[in-house]
Write a protein that binds this ligand. Structure first.
Ligand code: GAR
Length: 210
Protein backbone atom coordinates (compact mmCIF):
# COMPACT_ATOMS: atom_id res chain seq x y z
CA UNK A 1 0.00 0.00 0.00
CA UNK A 2 0.95 3.63 -0.36
CA UNK A 3 1.43 5.59 2.85
CA UNK A 4 -0.37 8.92 3.10
CA UNK A 5 -0.36 11.61 5.76
CA UNK A 6 -3.41 13.86 5.80
CA UNK A 7 -2.98 17.40 7.14
CA UNK A 8 -6.01 19.30 8.40
CA UNK A 9 -6.82 22.47 10.31
CA UNK A 10 -10.51 22.22 11.04
CA UNK A 11 -13.67 20.35 10.12
CA UNK A 12 -11.87 17.69 8.13
CA UNK A 13 -14.67 16.71 5.78
CA UNK A 14 -12.23 16.13 2.93
CA UNK A 15 -10.08 13.96 5.20
CA UNK A 16 -13.22 12.07 6.16
CA UNK A 17 -14.15 11.54 2.50
CA UNK A 18 -10.65 10.22 1.81
CA UNK A 19 -10.68 7.88 4.80
CA UNK A 20 -14.17 6.62 3.99
CA UNK A 21 -13.15 5.90 0.41
CA UNK A 22 -10.13 3.92 1.59
CA UNK A 23 -12.29 1.89 3.98
CA UNK A 24 -15.29 1.37 1.68
CA UNK A 25 -13.20 0.32 -1.30
CA UNK A 26 -10.43 -1.36 0.63
CA UNK A 27 -7.89 0.74 -1.27
CA UNK A 28 -4.22 -0.12 -0.80
CA UNK A 29 -3.69 3.06 1.22
CA UNK A 30 -2.26 3.29 4.71
CA UNK A 31 -3.31 6.58 6.31
CA UNK A 32 -0.28 6.84 8.60
CA UNK A 33 -1.47 10.00 10.34
CA UNK A 34 -4.07 12.73 10.44
CA UNK A 35 -2.11 15.73 11.60
CA UNK A 36 -3.60 19.09 12.57
CA UNK A 37 -1.90 22.39 13.32
CA UNK A 38 -4.80 23.17 15.67
CA UNK A 39 -5.68 21.08 18.71
CA UNK A 40 -9.36 22.05 18.41
CA UNK A 41 -9.81 20.76 14.84
CA UNK A 42 -13.07 18.83 14.77
CA UNK A 43 -11.59 16.44 12.22
CA UNK A 44 -9.24 15.06 14.88
CA UNK A 45 -12.16 13.70 16.88
CA UNK A 46 -13.60 12.00 13.82
CA UNK A 47 -10.22 10.53 12.94
CA UNK A 48 -9.67 9.17 16.45
CA UNK A 49 -13.20 7.79 16.62
CA UNK A 50 -12.48 5.91 13.40
CA UNK A 51 -9.25 4.36 14.58
CA UNK A 52 -6.88 6.60 12.69
CA UNK A 53 -3.64 7.89 14.16
CA UNK A 54 -4.43 11.54 14.89
CA UNK A 55 -1.96 14.07 16.17
CA UNK A 56 -1.42 17.79 16.73
CA UNK A 57 1.50 19.98 15.79
CA UNK A 58 0.42 23.39 17.06
CA UNK A 59 1.95 26.13 14.95
CA UNK A 60 1.32 28.61 17.78
CA UNK A 61 3.93 26.85 19.88
CA UNK A 62 6.66 27.73 17.42
CA UNK A 63 8.35 31.10 17.21
CA UNK A 64 8.61 31.21 13.46
CA UNK A 65 7.38 29.63 10.25
CA UNK A 66 10.78 28.02 9.79
CA UNK A 67 10.68 26.43 13.23
CA UNK A 68 7.19 25.05 12.61
CA UNK A 69 8.18 23.77 9.17
CA UNK A 70 11.26 22.05 10.61
CA UNK A 71 9.16 20.29 13.24
CA UNK A 72 6.57 19.32 10.64
CA UNK A 73 9.27 17.98 8.38
CA UNK A 74 10.73 15.87 11.19
CA UNK A 75 7.29 14.55 12.14
CA UNK A 76 6.51 13.61 8.54
CA UNK A 77 9.95 12.17 7.80
CA UNK A 78 9.54 9.82 10.75
CA UNK A 79 6.37 8.47 9.13
CA UNK A 80 7.87 8.22 5.64
CA UNK A 81 4.69 8.99 3.73
CA UNK A 82 4.58 8.54 -0.03
CA UNK A 83 2.12 11.42 -0.20
CA UNK A 84 1.10 14.27 2.07
CA UNK A 85 -2.49 15.29 1.36
CA UNK A 86 -3.49 18.76 2.49
CA UNK A 87 -7.19 18.73 3.31
CA UNK A 88 -8.26 22.12 4.55
CA UNK A 89 -4.78 22.70 5.98
CA UNK A 90 -4.65 26.46 6.41
CA UNK A 91 -0.91 27.04 6.95
CA UNK A 92 1.33 28.10 4.10
CA UNK A 93 4.27 25.71 3.80
CA UNK A 94 7.70 27.26 3.30
CA UNK A 95 9.73 26.66 0.17
CA UNK A 96 12.33 24.48 1.90
CA UNK A 97 9.68 22.11 3.23
CA UNK A 98 7.93 21.96 -0.13
CA UNK A 99 11.19 21.22 -1.91
CA UNK A 100 12.07 18.53 0.63
CA UNK A 101 8.84 16.70 -0.23
CA UNK A 102 8.85 17.71 -3.89
CA UNK A 103 6.19 15.94 -5.94
CA UNK A 104 4.67 14.37 -2.82
CA UNK A 105 2.51 17.14 -1.38
CA UNK A 106 -1.00 17.49 -2.81
CA UNK A 107 -3.60 20.11 -1.94
CA UNK A 108 -7.27 20.75 -2.57
CA UNK A 109 -8.16 24.36 -3.21
CA UNK A 110 -11.70 25.72 -3.48
CA UNK A 111 -11.45 27.46 -6.85
CA UNK A 112 -10.75 26.65 -10.47
CA UNK A 113 -7.05 27.49 -10.35
CA UNK A 114 -5.24 29.46 -11.63
CA UNK A 115 -8.05 31.88 -10.81
CA UNK A 116 -8.64 32.83 -7.19
CA UNK A 117 -5.60 31.56 -5.31
CA UNK A 118 -5.50 32.42 -1.62
CA UNK A 119 -8.40 32.95 0.74
CA UNK A 120 -12.09 33.83 0.30
CA UNK A 121 -12.40 32.07 -3.03
CA UNK A 122 -16.22 31.93 -2.96
CA UNK A 123 -16.43 35.68 -2.32
CA UNK A 124 -13.95 36.25 -5.14
CA UNK A 125 -15.97 34.11 -7.55
CA UNK A 126 -19.17 36.00 -6.76
CA UNK A 127 -17.60 39.43 -6.96
CA UNK A 128 -15.96 38.63 -10.31
CA UNK A 129 -19.23 37.36 -11.75
CA UNK A 130 -17.81 34.06 -13.00
CA UNK A 131 -20.53 31.57 -13.96
CA UNK A 132 -18.53 28.45 -13.15
CA UNK A 133 -16.82 27.88 -9.85
CA UNK A 134 -15.05 24.80 -8.58
CA UNK A 135 -12.15 23.09 -6.89
CA UNK A 136 -8.69 21.99 -7.89
CA UNK A 137 -6.51 19.15 -6.65
CA UNK A 138 -2.90 19.99 -7.43
CA UNK A 139 0.68 19.29 -6.51
CA UNK A 140 2.07 21.83 -4.09
CA UNK A 141 4.95 24.02 -5.24
CA UNK A 142 6.62 26.89 -3.38
CA UNK A 143 4.30 29.38 -5.13
CA UNK A 144 1.01 29.36 -3.21
CA UNK A 145 -1.90 27.62 -5.01
CA UNK A 146 -0.03 27.37 -8.31
CA UNK A 147 1.15 23.78 -8.70
CA UNK A 148 0.49 21.23 -11.46
CA UNK A 149 -3.20 20.40 -11.71
CA UNK A 150 -4.28 16.79 -11.18
CA UNK A 151 -8.07 17.17 -11.37
CA UNK A 152 -10.83 19.74 -11.15
CA UNK A 153 -14.52 19.82 -10.30
CA UNK A 154 -16.89 22.56 -11.42
CA UNK A 155 -20.29 23.82 -10.35
CA UNK A 156 -22.48 26.48 -11.94
CA UNK A 157 -23.03 29.71 -10.05
CA UNK A 158 -26.76 30.12 -9.44
CA UNK A 159 -28.85 33.22 -9.11
CA UNK A 160 -28.96 34.16 -5.44
CA UNK A 161 -25.81 32.27 -4.48
CA UNK A 162 -23.92 33.52 -1.45
CA UNK A 163 -20.41 32.49 -0.42
CA UNK A 164 -22.00 29.99 1.96
CA UNK A 165 -24.34 28.38 -0.58
CA UNK A 166 -21.53 28.16 -3.12
CA UNK A 167 -19.19 26.57 -0.57
CA UNK A 168 -21.86 24.10 0.53
CA UNK A 169 -22.66 23.09 -3.05
CA UNK A 170 -18.98 22.72 -3.90
CA UNK A 171 -18.06 20.58 -0.89
CA UNK A 172 -19.47 17.24 -2.14
CA UNK A 173 -17.71 17.86 -5.46
CA UNK A 174 -14.45 18.41 -3.56
CA UNK A 175 -14.95 15.10 -1.81
CA UNK A 176 -15.57 13.26 -5.08
CA UNK A 177 -12.60 14.78 -6.86
CA UNK A 178 -10.16 14.23 -3.98
CA UNK A 179 -11.35 10.65 -3.52
CA UNK A 180 -10.78 9.99 -7.22
CA UNK A 181 -7.26 11.41 -7.02
CA UNK A 182 -6.53 9.13 -4.06
CA UNK A 183 -7.72 6.11 -6.09
CA UNK A 184 -5.35 7.11 -8.88
CA UNK A 185 -2.48 7.56 -6.42
CA UNK A 186 -3.17 4.16 -4.89
CA UNK A 187 -3.09 2.66 -8.36
CA UNK A 188 0.21 4.39 -9.12
CA UNK A 189 -1.27 6.19 -12.10
CA UNK A 190 -0.37 9.81 -11.32
CA UNK A 191 2.78 11.15 -12.89
CA UNK A 192 4.32 14.60 -12.71
CA UNK A 193 5.72 15.42 -16.16
CA UNK A 194 8.94 17.27 -16.88
CA UNK A 195 6.96 20.10 -18.46
CA UNK A 196 5.24 20.76 -15.14
CA UNK A 197 1.93 19.17 -16.06
CA UNK A 198 0.38 15.98 -14.76
CA UNK A 199 -0.55 12.80 -16.54
CA UNK A 200 -2.88 10.14 -15.16
CA UNK A 201 -2.50 6.84 -16.97
CA UNK A 202 -5.74 5.62 -18.47
CA UNK A 203 -7.88 8.54 -17.27
CA UNK A 204 -10.07 9.73 -20.12
CA UNK A 205 -10.82 12.95 -18.28
CA UNK A 206 -9.87 14.64 -15.05
CA UNK A 207 -12.77 17.08 -14.88
CA UNK A 208 -16.13 16.70 -13.17
CA UNK A 209 -19.18 18.87 -13.02
CA UNK A 210 -21.40 18.79 -9.97
C1 GAR B 1 -12.33 22.99 1.86
O1 GAR B 1 -13.32 23.71 1.16
C2 GAR B 1 -11.00 23.14 1.19
O2 GAR B 1 -11.08 23.19 -0.22
C3 GAR B 1 -10.54 24.46 1.72
O3 GAR B 1 -10.95 24.48 3.07
C4 GAR B 1 -12.10 23.65 3.23
C5 GAR B 1 -11.79 22.63 4.29
O4 GAR B 1 -12.93 21.87 4.60
N1 GAR B 1 -9.13 24.61 1.60
C6 GAR B 1 -8.52 25.78 1.51
O5 GAR B 1 -9.11 26.84 1.53
C7 GAR B 1 -7.01 25.71 1.36
N2 GAR B 1 -6.44 27.01 1.30
P1 GAR B 1 -12.78 20.48 5.36
O6 GAR B 1 -11.91 20.75 6.59
O7 GAR B 1 -14.16 20.10 5.73
O8 GAR B 1 -12.11 19.51 4.42
Amino acid sequence: PIRVAILISGRGSNMQALAETVAAEDLPVDICTVLSNRADAAGLDWARAHGLHADVLAHREFGSRDAFDAALRARLDALAPDYILLAGFMRVLGADLVRHFEGRIINIHPSLLPVFPGLHTHEQALSQGVQWHGCTVHFVTPELDHGPIIAQGAIPVLDGDTPDTLAARLLPVEHRVYAQVLRWLAQGRVQLLADGRVSVAGAAHRAWAG
